[in-house]
Design a protein around this ligand. Structure first.
Ligand SMILES: [Zn+2]
Length: 54
């Protein structure tokens, strides 16, 4: 139970960091996420592409 919750939190943290790296790579470290293809801002960290690039 605890381990499962711990893994979920780790996974969420990894997603958050990956999203942040995309934002930094796009030249906008203040964003929480950015599209990996066109570099536009994304508000959802659970994706790596905007609606236009999907
Ligand atoms: Zn895009």
């Amino acid at each position: 139970m605890f381990e499962s919750q711990y893994n979920d939190e780790m996974e969420a943290e990894v997603k958050r960091l990956e999203a942040k790296m995309r934002a930094i790579n796009a030249g906008h470290p203040e964003w929480i996420n950015a599209c990996v293809a066109c570099g536009c801002e994304l508000a959802d960290i659970n994706t790596d592409r905007c609606a236009q690039c999907l």
